[in-house]
Write a protein that binds this ligand. Structure first.
Ligand code: CAA
Length: 384
């Protein structure tokens, strides 16, 4: 491994690996079947510090670096991808946005409760007609004295139902394109804030994905995140970090599928020998391992750049693009290696395959990542 992890990073990885193995993984197959939200597990994750990993100690968090965070997230994804996406949106997008753009009063009000897991965060950017192009959103916020009045519908919100707080973007000035979008912290229970339709998804079934409806929802002006017009920048900055998180989820699920496939290949016999003896399968195993290693390095490299305070937008998109496409190949091959058994619910690889499918879609499709990466390359090349 190119990266030499510190003793602290290795310790966090080992601690979360054990927790994931003992607590997170055992019920994952059943939760996939019942769609039960992993509330108890998240409570324990809050106690272990996994829900405020990058929040500084003074706001009740762990003050860990991004490398430790992605190692931990990857271990949770190894055990249960549905639990990992809740952890990812909460830490990478919601906590980080409040930490980076919130006022001191907002940080003190929300971060300790988020770090402990008392409230889980969600993020409302996407709308029914504005997915890849969030500037086209139509949710509106109109100032009314000490409040903003929000109207509109957000779609595909991870943890929409089970979150206690959401960061929602809305237009405060229609004429200003992306500069007319603002971000608000809205707490559950605010009158006019309604959880709408819950999706019945192919994978990540224990994590709820819902519409969030705002009907004349009065949000205190004190809950404006950053300044009016900062909403798009806040969302894009949050997604930079979030995309490293999707790479970490991808690496975790890929490793789980790979380990299951190797275990099966070493046990299953056909034509009088273990199927792992066949060169056809050995080459597949080598390719899977190489791709997982490459994705891991991209994930760690983007995380290290973020920790060093460097601009990491393109590297986050590269890590997300490669890792999410990689896990789709790896989980498909893991099923192939299991033969007919891989197509049944008796083996976890079919769940890994379904869970991984959305990784090339959410937090920016592969096509959007390619736009971000090529924009950076071409803009750089124009520099004198
Ligand atoms: N960091 C900070 N600012 C950024 C930025 C970044 N990474 N990327 C862009 N910006 C700023 C630009 O600097 C620019 O600001 P100025 O005008 O002040 O210079 C502004 O944003 C507009 O930039 P662009 O002209 O490049 O924006 P665009 O409209 O062309 O869109 C895009 C760019 C990359 C395509 C963007 O729209 C995008 O990422 N789309 C995908 C959205 C997405 O990922 N959605 C997923 C939602 S979350 C989810 O999946 C569910 C969940 O629950 C988490």
């Amino acid at each position: 491994m190119l990266f030499k992890l510190t003793d602290e990073q290795l310790m966090i990885q080992a601690m979360v690996r054990e927790f994931s193995h003992k607590v997170v993984a055992p019920g994952a197959r059943e939760r996939d079947r019942t769609k039960e939200f992993p509330g108890d597990i998240l409570k324990q994750m809050g106690e272990l510090g996994l829900l405020g990993m990058m929040i500084p100690d003074k706001y009740g968090g762990e003050g860990a670096d991004t490398i430790s965070y992605v190692l931990a997230l990857s271990e949770i994804a190894y055990g249960c991808a549905a639990t990992a996406v809740v952890m990812s949106v909460h830490n990478s997008i919601v906590c980080e946005s409040i930490l980076r753009f919130g006022s001191e009063e907002q940080k003190q009000r929300f971060l300790p409760r988020m770090a402990s897991g008392e409230i889980i965060g969600s993020f409302g950017l996407t709308e029914p007609d504005a997915g890849s192009d969030p500037v086209r959103q139509v949710t509106a916020a109109v100032r009314d004295g000490g409040h903003y009045i929000l109207n509109g519908t957000k779609r595909f919100t991870t943890t929409g139902k089970n979150s206690g707080l959401t960061i929602v973007t809305a237009k405060t000035d229609e004429s200003l394109r992306h500069k007319g979008i603002s971000a608000f912290i809205v707490e559950k229970g605010t009158p006019g804030f309604i959880v709408g339709h819950e999706e019945d998804k192919m994978g990540l079934r224990a994590s709820d994905t819902t519409d969030l409806i705002f009907e004349n929802c009065r949000v205190p002006a004190a809950n404006l995140l950053g300044n009016e017009g900062d909403g798009f920048k806040i969302a894009m900055t949050a997604l930079d970090g979030g995309r490293i998180g999707i790479a970490a989820q991808s690496v975790g699920v890929a490793r789980a599928a790979f380990d299951a496939a190797v275990k099966y290949a070493k046990k299953r016999e056909q034509f009088g020998q273990k199927i792992s003896k066949f060169q056809g399968l050995r080459w597949i195993i080598a390719d899977m391992a190489t791709e997982i290693e490459a994705a891991t390095q991209l994930m760690l490299s983007a995380a290290a750049m973020k920790d060093r305070g460097e601009k990491f937008t393109a590297q986050a998109s590269m890590a997300k693009l490669f890792a999410s496409e990689m896990v789709n190949r790896v989980t498909a091959r893991a099923i192939q290696m299991h033969g007919g058994y891989g197509f049944t619910k008796d083996y976890d690889v079919e769940r890994f395959y379904r869970d991984a499918r959305v990784f090339t879609i959410y937090e920016g499709t592969s096509e959007i990542q390619r736009i971000v990466i090529s924009n950076h390359i071409l803009k750089d090349k124009r520099k004198p």
